[in-house]
Every structure is written in structure tokens, then in C-alpha cells.
Design a protein around this ligand. Sequence first.
Ligand code: PGA
Length: 268
Amino acid sequence: MEVIIVDSPEQVANRAARMVSEFIQKKSNAVLGLATGSTPIALYRELIAAHQCGETSFRGVTSFNLDEYIGLAPENSQSYRYFMEEHLFSHVDIAAKNTFLPSCKRDDNPRKVGRAYEEKILASGGIDLQILGIGSNGHIGFNEPSSSLASRTRVKTLTRETVDANSRLFDDGDFQPHLAMTMGIATILEARHILLLATGENKAAAIRDAIEGPLCAHCPASALQMHRRAVMVLDRAAASALEETDYYQWVESQHVSLVEEYGHYYDL
Ligand code: PGA
């Protein structure tokens, strides 16, 4: 696991955007795993800016989102499809037909939807780069604590903590779903590269457990310890509970000089 600690949320977004842009430049038909939530919004803003100044094209890119609420139509402003259109898709040149979310309508069979999503990912060649946020309870996607580390795309019941954390995004009286379809932890671990972003002190305990805690279902993000190419980009507040900060910064400075000497960050 590579841990990159920067000063501010803006620098997290900037660093991540450079990594994603470089990735797409190297592999123009990349398959990206995308995340919703507050954290990736600044990353998407930077990617849109990079696209608008001609640096980054999404023309050949295919995307799979981590999760989607059950019971919200795509045109509902709280759905993750709507979020992605608003914060990324409608501003870049990605082909609409190549953007996928695990949408499960009320009368769909969720098992079939989950299986079909996994098959679609496989048929697209697998996810090259998965972008992740992290919940303050350590969830990745909507894999809440106690999710099987071997889980695949399926329905999850959200914890009260997640429902409360996300209630800030819903107006009074709006229907707020407690169920979502999410990629599983095993699905996420199959991505070739993982890039997790975290900002703010409310993520510090989850980040500590994910990076330095034991591998356990209680902190789903700790499963990333099993991944060979997981990079965490953190601001100082999110990194504030880590014990080995000096070591991570030392490794990072060494890594930067290696990249300068030998070239690209990603070994595709
Ligand atoms: P946030 O959500 O970016 O809104 O904090 C992250 C997550 O729940 O995965």
C-alpha cells in the first residue's frame, strides 16, 4: 500500500487528478471504477478542467460506478446516476453508452442485476483503475462493516451511521433509501490499480484502521491491504491518527525520485 500525505483537500484532488489523467493518457481505452460522495467531487472538477484545456480525453474510457441506491430513478437528483452526470459525465467526452452503474429497479431481481454487473465488468476487460472514497466507518462502496471480504456485487442495507451521514444531501421529506446495490469487496480487489482518497478529521480513525489495523470485516477498507497496487491519497487531517507517518513520507520522497528517474507512475 502506498500512502501519500498532502497538505489540503485541494492537493488531494490535484494529485489524484494528475494520476487519473496520466492513466488515461497511457491507456486511452481504460476501464475506470468511479465513486460518488463529497470527496471525489473536487477530483472530477479537476478532470473536467483537464478535459476542457485539451489535456485529457475520455473518448475511449468505460466506467463502472461502485454503487447505486435502490428505489431512486436515474432522473432523481439523489441517484448516483444523476450525481455522475452532474459532476463528470455531462462535462467530458465519455460516451454515455460506456457508463455503467449497478442500477436495480424495484421489480428487478437483485441477484440477477448483481451477476450481470459482474459479467459486464469482466466482458469489458476488468477495471483498470478503481477510485474510492472511504466512509467514517471504514466502508468502501456501500460495503458496510461486517461485509464479507469475499463479497461480490449485491444489495446491502446501509448502517444508521451511513444513512445519517448522507442525510445532509437529502431535503426534509425526501425519500432516503436504506438499501443500495454495491460492488463487493472481492469485486473491488480485482481492479488492477486502486486509488483511495480521504480528507478531513472524521476519516482519521477509518484511515488508521484501514492502513495500520488488522485485516478484518469490521473495517472493510482494511481489505485493501491485500491489494498489490493500492494508493491512498490523504490530507493531513485524514492522516492524523496514523502512527507511521514519517515512514510513509520518506517512502514517498524516494518514490518521487524513482518516478523522475524512470518515468511513469503506473506500470500498466
Ligand atoms: P464522502 O463519502 O466522500 O461523502 O465522505 C465517502 C464514502 O462514503 O465512501
